[in-house]
Design a protein around this ligand. Structure first.
Ligand code: PML
Length: 243
């Protein structure tokens, strides 16, 4: 009999009657039955200790999955580029995006969106040439879900571990040209550009400390089948193995 796995995910927010909901934190894990409790505790801890503020709404979902559905992937290769200024970091990120075929126009739109978004729960999908936004999810965006490391003890900082698993899943789709991300956490200024050829290139500082702007943009090819792309990102389980 095959082992059962569970998707365990968390979302935390502040609820403000006047301005609506402020996204605080999210988390994605996959585990076996005995791992559910420690994973729920870890996600609860993450939701309750975030520099975007105190959550007054925390939702944790535990959902059974079949092992047969799981696809296993090796992680993208990590490189780190530490430059002295935000200007140089943006220029480095733009050079990488250009090298993989993202147009200047799409880059301009992506940088503008990430600089001005302070409340994006999921990712924005942009056409890599025209820069047109293709998803219709508004500030909710598309939340990449159902991915984790096979070995929870992988020797990486929690934030890098989570972002690398997500970037590896995104890069694995044939429709992804590249991803650009920086955190909306005011205490964290490192971000990355990634895809299957360049790997996961960490770049710092992509924003000024104290800013709550940030999020993720996925640049996609002309051939994208949006429905199956979003289904893959949101629903198809991926475990990352080896590092
Ligand atoms: C996030 O935490 O919201 C995204 C983190 C991106 C960068 C992670 C890293 O340092 O590699």
């Amino acid at each position: 009999m095959s082992k059962t796995f569970y998707s365990i995910r968390m979302r935390a927010a502040q609820r403000n009657m006047e301005v609506g909901e402020k996204h605080v934190s999210g988390g994605e894990r996959i585990g076996s039955k005995v791992q559910i409790e420690p994973i729920v505790n870890q996600l609860l801890h993450k939701a309750s200790n975030h520099s975007r503020g105190d959550a007054d709404f925390i939702q944790i979902t535990v959902e059974k999955m079949s092992r047969h559905q799981i696809q296993y992937l090796p992680p993208l290769e990590i490189t780190t580029v530490d430059v002295g200024s935000i200007e140089k970091a943006h220029s480095e990120a733009r050079d990488l995006l250009t090298s993989v075929g993202v147009s200047q126009q799409a880059q301009n739109i992506a940088f503008h969106l990430l600089n001005s978004s302070q409340n994006l729960r999921g990712a924005i999908i942009l056409h890599s040439k025209t820069g047109l936004r293709l998803d219709d999810r508004g500030i909710k965006g598309v939340r990449v879900s159902r991915m984790d490391w096979q070995d929870a003890n992988v020797n990486l900082h929690e934030r890098v571990r989570e972002a690398l698993a997500l970037a590896t899943k995104v890069a694995n789709s044939p429709f992804t040209i590249a991803e650009l991300c920086w955190s909306d956490d005011p205490d964290y200024v490192t971000g990355y550009v990634s895809n299957r050829d360049i790997g996961y290139v960490r770049i710092s500082p992509l924003k000024r400390a104290g800013s709550e702007s940030g999020g993720r943009v996925f640049f996609v090819s002309d051939e994208v089948d949006l429905q199956s792309y979003i289904h893959y990102l949101e629903r198809e389980p991926i475990l990352i193995r080896g590092h």
